[in-house]
Structures are given as structure tokens and as C-alpha cells.
Design a protein around this ligand. Sequence first.
Ligand SMILES: *Cc1c(COP(=O)(O)O)cnc(C)c1O
Length: 380
Amino acid sequence: MKNKIELKDLGRQYKKYKRQIDRAIQGVIQSTSFISGKEVEVLEKQLADYVGVEHCITCANGTDAMSLVLMAWNIGPGDAVFVPNFTFFATAEVVSLRGATPIFVDVDERTFNINPNNLELAILEVIKIGKLKPKVIIPVDLFGLPADYLLIESIAKKYNLLVLEDAAQGFGGSINNQKTCSFGDAATTSFFPAKPLGCYGDGGAIFTKEKKLADTVKSLRAHGKGEEKYDNVRIGTNSRLDTLQASILSVKLEALINHELDDVNKFAALFNKELSDFVIIPYIPQSYFSSYAQYTIQLESKNQRDSLNSFLKSRSIPTAIFYPKTLHQQKAFMDLNSSLKSYEVSTHLTEVSLSIPIHPYLKKNEINYIIKCIQSFKSN
Ligand SMILES: *Cc1c(COP(=O)(O)O)cnc(C)c1O
């Protein structure tokens, strides 16, 4: 198992940090503070400091993190929330769960992220139709690359909308050294094991500069609690990060900062150099930094993509297709009638994208092997 190439190699990471992780887990077990132990607050402080915002509130997962912010903002029926059409289902699911309406916006072909021109057109269309009230934009930092916040935030200002950064895949990225999870009015991330910063189960967090929002989210994640424990001032939910997960995340955050982000970017640079003549490589705009949650290439057709996919699998190189469907193609969103729109770019990306292994524990010979296989496929 150790010598197999993995899309994400959590085994090798554990091997390297076994002593620290085992000690962290044992410490929590000894303390028996499994819920709301001191490790949770310690982690929240570490995360807030790293990201560069005042408040970090951890919770049960990345989906809940987004839901809690939408709850705090009172988003509900009659509200329009703008999301990229090319993302994981949860980005739009949380909108529908609140009773609001997700408006799918086509993405940029090079960055895979929400296209600001299309975003503004979508806002104008919703205003023109007049049935829904535009309220929130949820840009996604897909595959580790931050969305275009300069333009998105100016559009938000122009139309008086809130911005919720979905940085589930974006933790560790930055624009001009401003870290992801610090853009917009609030940001959320996920600690699902395969994300750039993952725990050993489910976990998530909310980030914001605003104390009032932070206080409301803290209350909502604990059954709408007020000043005292059995004082409940609003309807909330139960969404906490386990102390065990927090203790593991503190170790992994240090690893991410110390070397993982650099290593993954070094490997991406090797792929870029050797693959750019053969396939479309990920595009990272000037002054943007990606945490490479995925390294996603584009082929010239669906046929080529599917053939390369089988070719790599037959050579023991794991791959993934993110995403085989756009949001507007999902059955769950059929009643939105957005299937009548074209969404050319996102539809195209479902056909030509292929994610290949990228993680900080790849070995030089494995990287060379992956490169060789892709080059030889394209040369035939
Ligand atoms: C993973 C992911 C989520 C949800 O995170 P969970 O922790 O699995 O709930 C939301 N948005 C995006 C873009 C994701 O990739």
C-alpha cells in the first residue's frame, strides 16, 4: 500500500506526524473533554491568526459552516443566492435548504471559478424578473484557487449583496498574500480528510471580521444559546467540532504551514513544466497562490479525457473527474428550470476535466512516472 500512488496520501502524512498526532489524541482521551475541550479554542485562535481575521468558529462540517452563516443572515424564501454552476453540490444545497433560491452562474474556462461578468448579468436578470430579492454571492475557491474577489466584491457593493466565500477547497491559498477565508463578509472551510487541511472525520469552520456575526454563529451552532448554558434565545442546531479533531488539526495546520503548501506547489510546477505542451494545465493568475486541492488538467474533447482516464487507471495512477455534472444538470435542482439555460463553459468543463494525483507526499519518481504516462498517451 505504501508504494501505491494515491490521489491524496493520508497514510504517508500520518507516518510522518505519527508521534505528534498520537500524542494529541491521547491527550484528549486522558482529559475526557471530548466536546468543547480547550483544544477547540486553541485551534480557533491558530486558524484565525493564520488566515488573518478576528474570528474563527469551528463546527461539524463545511456544509454546516455555510448553513450557519446563511441562518445568521436570515436568508430564506424569496431570496436569490448566486453560486458558480461548477462546484460541489453543497454550495447550492445549503441555499435550497434555507428555502432560498440558488442562481447558477457560469464559470471562467481557465480558472474554473465564477465568472464576474456572468455574475453581474445574472444579478441584473433577477432584478429585471422581479420575483426574487438578490441577497448573497457564494464564490467558490475551486481546486485551491481563490475566486476573483477584487471584481466580485465590487459587484457585491454595487448591488448591496453579501459575499460568503466557500473556501472548502481553498484553505492555504491567497491573492497578493491575503489568505483565503478572509474574503467577503464571511468565509467557510471544510476539514473533510481530502481537503487541503483535513481532519480524521468531518469538520468545518466559519471566519469573519464581524463580532456580531461571530457571536450569532456561536449561538446558532449550540442550539441558539444565550448568555448561559440552558438559556436559548433563538432556534439553532447542534454543530460542533470534536475536541479530538481539533487536536489533530493543530498538528496538521503546522505541517501545512511549514512545508505542505510549498511542496505541493513545487510538484505542481513540475507538472506545469512537463505537461504544458501536451494538455491544458491549471491556470493561476498573477499574484494568486493555489493550495492545489486538486491538479486538474483539460483535454481537447470528452473522448480524449475518457481515454486518458482509462489509460492512467490501467497504469495504477488514480484519477478523479471533478465534476461529472454541473449544478444545473442535477436532478435535485430540476424544478429551478435552469436546465433551459446553456451554461456553455461549465458544461464543457464536465467533459474535458481530469484531476490527477497531487499531494505533499508524492515522490520524485512517482511524479516522473505520472508525467511520462501522460506524455506517452498524448504522443501516440
Ligand atoms: C467539500 C466541499 C463542501 C462541503 O464540505 P463538507 O465538510 O464535506 O460538508 C462545500 N463546498 C465545496 C466547494 C466543497 O468542496
